[in-house]
Design a protein around this ligand. Structure first.
Ligand SMILES: [Zn+2]
Length: 407
C-alpha cells in the first residue's frame, strides 16, 4: 500500500530534514537478533522520487523488527558522540549536578536508602532515565547466587550510563559502580557526581577492561539505538564474569513503537520483543532468568554454558501492533493528519478535523504537550486491503528525508 507523505511537521526534538549520501546508507540482510538469513520480510519503505532512505523489516523466526536500510554504524557513532546532546538545549545539567552533590553532603547521616531515593525522586528528575523502583525490582534476589539476596558489593558496569542517575542510585546501595558514556557532555556531568564514568566511543570498551570482570553489566535504553548488535555483544563479552549477569532494558516494540516514526527517525534501529532480545542473548551464551514486559522490556540473563533459566520467553511481536491507525484509515478518500505526541497518536481528516483513530495508551506516559507534536499530512492509496505489506511512504522529494534530534 502507498502512503503519500504530503507534508511533515516535526515540532518535537527534531530540526531540519536530513538527506543521506549513498555511502552513508547501509543494508542489513540477516536478522540482527537471531542471525537468521531466512524469512526476513519488508514492512515499510520510505522512498523519494529516485532513492529510498530507511526500510523497516521483520524477522519471521524471532519477530524482531529492525531497520533493514539505515545510516551506517560510523554515521551513528559520530552522531551520538558529537551531535545528540551538546548540553545546549537541556536545562543546566551542571547546576543540577552540583545541587545534587550539596544535597548528598547535607544528608550524610540519613540512611543510604532514603538518601538515594531522595536524590532520585526530588532533586534530579531531569537526569534520571530508569525508574529506581523498577531497577530494584529487577536486581533484588540476584545476589542469592553468592549467598546474599541483594547484590551488595557487586561490581556493576552501566553501558551508556547517561548522566549517571542509575549509577548514583546503585552506588548508594553499596554496589561498586562503573559506567561508560559515548556523549562527552553527559560523561562529564556523571563524573562531577563522583562516579567512575569513562567517555567511550562506540563499542571501544578498552578503557574499562582493566576494571573487569563485572558481576553485572547493565544497559538501559541503549541497545535499540545500536546499528550493530553483534559488535556490542562481542565488546561486552570479555567484561562479564564467567557466571555473571547481563540486564538489558529497551522500549517494548509492540507497545511503544510506530511504523511511520521508525521509518523517518532512525534513532531506534531495533524494535525488540521479549522473543528477539532473548534470541540475541542466547546466541552469546546468556540465558534469560528474569523478564518483565510492559511499555519497556526488562530482561536479566545469566552467563552459563549449560541451558538455565526460563526456556521459553515467547512474547512475539505482530507487525500490526506498530501500525497504529493506518489500517483504520484505509478507504478514507481525503487527506489525513496523523499526529504523534509521546505515545499518543491521533489520525484526523484534514477537511473537518474529525477523528479516524485514537490510541489510548495503557499507562505510564508523559502528559500530552510536554515535548511538542510531530505531524504528518498523508494520503493513503490502498489497492488491496487484504495484503497491505509492505507500506511505501512516498515523498515528493528526490530521496526520502530522515530526522534526528540535535542539541
Ligand atoms: Zn530473528
Amino acid at each position: 500500500m502507498n502512503v503519500n507523505i504530503l507534508e511533515a511537521r516535526l515540532r518535537g526534538f527534531h530540526r531540519d530534514p536530513i538527506y543521506l549520501d549513498p555511502d552513508e546508507i547501509e543494508k542489513v540482510d540477516s536478522c540482527p537478533a537471531c542471525a537468521s538469513r531466512e524469512g526476513q520480510r519488508v514492512l515499510a519503505v520510505a522512498r523519494g522520487l529516485k532513492d529510498q532512505a530507511l526500510q523497516l523489516g521483520q524477522c519471521t523466526s524471532c519477530s524482531h523488527v529492525y531497520l533493514q536500510s539505515r545510516p551506517t554504524a560510523e554515521w551513528f557513532d559520530k552522531y551520538y558522540s558529537e551531535d545528540w546532546d551538546t548540553g545546549s538545549t537541556s536545562q543546566n545539567q551542571v547546576k543540577v549536578a552540583s545541587r545534587a552533590r550539596r544535597m548528598m553532603r547535607r544528608n550524610r547521616f540519613i540512611t543510604k536508602a532514603v538518601r538515594a531515593q531522595r536524590v532520585l525522586r526530588h532533586d534530579m528528575p531531569a537526569i534520571l532515565h530508569p525508574s529506581p523502583a523498577r531497577l530494584m525490582q529487577m536486581i533484588s534476589g540476584l545476589g542469592e547466587v553468592k549467598g546474599d539476596e541483594f547484590p551488595y558489593g557487586w561490581k556493576l558496569l552501566d553501558i551508556g550510563c547517561g548522566y549517571g542517575g542509575s549509577l548514583l542510585f546503585l552506588h548508594e546501595f553499596g554496589l561498586d559502580t562503573w559506567g561508560t558514556e559515548a556523549n562527552a557532555h553527559r560523561a562529564a556531568v556523571a563524573r562531577s557526581l563522583g562516579l567512575n564514568v569513562i567517555h567511550t566511543i562506540g563499542d571501544d570498551f578498552s578503557p574499562v577492561q582493566s576494571a573487569a570482570p563485572f558481576d553485572l553489566v547493565y544497559s538501559s535504553h541503549v541497545f535499540e539505538h545500536l546499528a550493530d548488535l553483534d559488535r556490542m555483544m562481542e565488546a561486552i563479552d570479555p567484561l562479564v564474569s564467567p557466571d555473571g549477569f547481563v540486564y538489558l532494558e529497551v522500549p517494548h516494540g509492540p507497545v511503544t513503537e510506530d511504523i511511520i516514526i521508525r521509518t523517518h527517525i532512525p534513532v531506534h534501529c531495533h524494535l525488540f520483543s521479549a522473543s528477539s532480545l532473548s534470541a540475541l542473548l542466547r546466541r552469546y551464551g546468556y540465558h534469560p532468568v528474569r523478564v518483565l514486559v510492559d511499555t519497556n522490556l526488562h530482561l536479566v540473563a545469566r552467563r552459563s554454558e549449560e541451558p538455565i533459566g526460563i526456556h521459553d520467553v515467547s512474547v512475539p511481536a505482530g507487525s500490526e501492533r506498530i501500525v497504529h491507525g493506518l489500517f483504520d484509515a484505509i478507504g478514507e478518500p481525503d487527506t489525513l493528519k496523523i499526529a504523534y505526541e509521546q505515545h499518543h497518536i491521533e489520525v484526523r481528516r484534514s477537511i473537518d478535523d474529525s477523528l479516524v483513530y485514537k490510541r489510548n495508551f495503557p499507562y505510564g506516559v508523559y502528559p500530552v504537550g510536554v515535548q511538542g507534536r510531530d505531524e504528518f499530512l498523508i494520503e493513503i492509496e490502498a489497492k488491496n486491503d487484504r495484503e497491505p505489506w509492505p507500506i511505501y511512504f512516498q515523498h515528493p522529494t528526490y530521496q526520502a528525508p530522515i530526522w534526528m534530534k540535535y542539541g
